[in-house]
Design a protein around this ligand. Structure first.
Ligand code: NAP
Length: 306
């Protein structure tokens, strides 16, 4: 299994991880089969959040791990906290600790391998986050910490108080959602792509040894749909298909290979609950796109190169 660095820890994690957000939407047997196959194939990293399926996804996952007779050490469990529907965002110590306790209960475990702050809280008081992380680390409830959808300055603000290293930052990324790259490529130009929407987070993560996790790799917009096969992305689909034919794989494989080819060494969070599609996605690990192919996909997605 191709692996990527786990932040600054010196450890490795699989380059593809299973996103568990959609686990409550399919039959239990389907989840069990997917979890079992993933672990069998070395994809033992599972991404959760306290809110996925209103907590149901964590429960279903725990049942699936038990059903396929896997041990706690067989899996790397990451969960996220900080989104509270109705209240919106909450990075208070009280909420972070309470959220982890809830996740541990649902996951039927006494520790999380990683905890990420799900989305920036405008009312974030980093001292509160630091106190929560200290308590969770001291009690052995969380091994590693990280963030999601955060900008460089938001991470810097946390770092002023938080002593644990930020291991990961989860950001939406894929061939149809590549503004993190575009703003750098069009630097100092008057084009729309030059707008820096993320504060240069990709380079920041590379500089600071923070693992980038690419969420929703097949979606465009905020869950508007899958770009593969969509008429809205005809040129992109044609180019991906042309490259897929060359390698004798599906378009799905090339969409993932495109992310893996980037030297930021991102971890792809695969969200499919369909076993055949998941197994297909793993084929991307054996493909290294050429520079020409990578840039051709980038251009076909409607981006420009100066
Ligand atoms: N940090 C954040 O803010 C955030 C936000 C969203 C998600 N996430 C994480 O990222 C993970 C992945 O997100 P996602 O589920 O939106 O990702 P995704 O892998 O882009 O999307 C998977 C969905 O697309 C469908 N799909 C249809 N055609 C497909 C094709 N050709 N290839 C692949 N999938 C296709 C899948 O259906 P089938 O199941 O039928 O294959 C599934 O419903 C989540 O589980 C979660 O862990 C994080």
């Amino acid at each position: 299994m191709k692996s990527v660095n786990w932040g600054s820890s010196g450890q490795k994690v699989p380059a593809i991880a299973v996103g568990c957000m959609r686990m409550s939407r399919v039959p239990f047997e389907q989840v069990t089969e997917l979890v079992d196959t993933a672990i069998e194939r070395g994809v033992n990293f599972f991404d959760h959040a306290d809110i996925y399926g209103k907590g149901e996804c964590e429960e279903i996952f725990a049942r699936a791990v038990k059903e396929c007779r896997r041990k706690r050490e067989d899996v790397f469990i990451q969960s996220k906290c900080g989104i509270v529907p109705g209240r919106m965002y909450d990075f208070s110590k009280e909420h972070i600790v309470e959220s982890v306790n809830g996740s541990l209960k649902r996951l039927k475990t006494d520790y999380l391998d990683a905890l990420l702050l799900h989305r920036p809280d405008a009312l974030c008081e980093p001292e509160e986050v630091a106190a929560a992380f200290d308590e969770l680390e001291r009690s052995g409830k969380v091994r590693y910490f990280g963030v999601s959808n955060h900008t460089p300055m938001q991470i810097e603000l946390l770092k002023k108080y938080v002593k644990q290293p930020v291991m990961a930052n989860q950001m939406q990324f894929g061939a149809a959602h590549a503004s993190m790259i575009r703003s750098g490529m069009e630097a100092n130009m008057m084009s729309d792509g030059a707008v820096n929407r993320d504060g240069g987070i990709m380079d920041y993560c590379r500089v600071h040894d923070i693992t980038m996790q690419a969420w929703s790799p097949f979606q465009y917009g905020m869950f508007e749909g899958v770009f593969l096969g969509s008429d809205k992305f005809r040129a992109l689909n044609d180019k991906i298909h042309e490259i897929a034919e060359k390698y004798g794989v599906t378009d799905t494989v090339i969409a993932v290979a495109w992310i893996l080819r980037h030297p930021a060494d991102m971890q792809v969070l695969s969200g499919t609950m369909t076993l055949s599609r998941f197994e297909d996605i793993l084929k991307a690990l054996d493909i290294r796109l050429t520079r020409e192919e990578w840039y051709a996909v980038y251009l076909a997605a409607g981006n420009i190169l100066p």
